[in-house]
Write a new protein. Structure first.
Length: 201
């Protein structure tokens, strides 16, 4: 059985997400006590439901989760080769695309990576390929993919790709251009204090 868990603070006023995360870090690092927290399953069970209540659905090796501006939860369901969406406790298949990582923004766009590419699914449902394994300057000629690359999205809509196969981090800007923003293609941890594009990662 695979499940998605979250912490829930009962009978307490809502607090900004960032403040809650910082409070948890402080408690962990300095041993300070705080309000009680309860671990709650929000998706996943041993049943075979593909839609309906999220807590009655089967998840097959969930790899990543993301939350959009409206509070919808997206799950990269690895074994099922798809992206699941949970809205108000109800789960559905958002996309049949296999995804290693998934991110969402405040505009309702969803981004995901697979074995060879990074994609954007717009709020209207259009799936666009943003980058493939053979893109961009500086890419190793020996690399034809970045399997299950980690991705991130900034407030401007730029996409960052952890191309671990080539030991670099790449950025796809909103105009579709790709550039290396960190790493020289060598696996190491040198270069602190200097340009990111001159460092080994």
């Amino acid at each position: 059985m695979n499940s998605i868990w979250k912490r829930h603070e009962p009978d307490a006023p809502a607090v900004p997400r960032l403040r809650l995360v910082l409070a948890l870090i402080v408690t962990s690092c300095w041993g300070q006590t705080g309000p009680p927290y309860v671990i709650k399953t929000v998706a996943g069970s041993s049943n075979s439901t593909s839609s309906g209540p999220a807590t009655a659905a089967v998840l097959q090796y969930p790899r990543a989760v993301a939350v959009d501006g409206a509070g919808n939860l997206y799950i990269a369901d690895g074994g099922a080769n798809g992206i699941r969406k949970v809205t108000a406790g109800i789960i559905s298949t958002f996309s049949p695309a296999a995804a290693g990582d998934v991110k969402a923004d405040s505009a309702g766009n969803v981004f995901y990576s697979n074995a060879t590419s990074v994609h954007k699914i717009s709020a209207s449902g259009t799936d666009t390929t943003l980058a493939t394994g053979s893109f961009g300057p500086g890419l190793s000629n020996n690399s034809s993919s970045f399997p299950q690359a980690g991705i991130a999205v900034d407030r401007q809509g730029n996409i960052y790709i952890a191309d671990w196969f080539s030991n670099v981090v790449r950025m796809v800007s909103t105009d579709g251009k790709t550039q290396t923003v960190a790493g020289v293609g060598v696996a190491n941890n040198t270069g602190d204090g200097g340009l990111a594009t001159s460092a080994a990662v």
